[in-house]
Design a protein around this ligand. Sequence first.
Ligand code: CO
Length: 134
Amino acid sequence: MIGRLNHVAIAVREIAKAARVYREMLGADVSAVVPQPEHGVSTVFVTLPNTKIELLEPLGEDSPIAKFLDRNPDGGIHHVCYEVDDIRAARDRLLAHGARVLGDGEPRIGAHGKPVLFLHPKDFCGTLVELEQA
Ligand code: CO
């Protein structure tokens, strides 16, 4: 069912510093900082030949990554995102297998303008999983 690895998201406290690490030390193709107030994060997109890395920094009061950074003060891998052809069909299959879909179960428009869902880490090997409509 799942297809390509769309991105790996890494939560950081200082996104400018993290962007420099990827641009200068790792020599990657790194975007400017993009504030996404509707998602409570600022993002930097690192484009690799076969996937992307997204650097996430908290933005605003109720950032969804604030608690994660409290637990992981040095930052860390926050989620992985897999592409699916049909996000509602994927959701229904997962629900039928007993997996927990976060929120109200309806896909939301994610950081790339496509429908996404998040799946409970306890059902997926301790990793928060994002599904994105390909
Ligand atoms: Co993501």
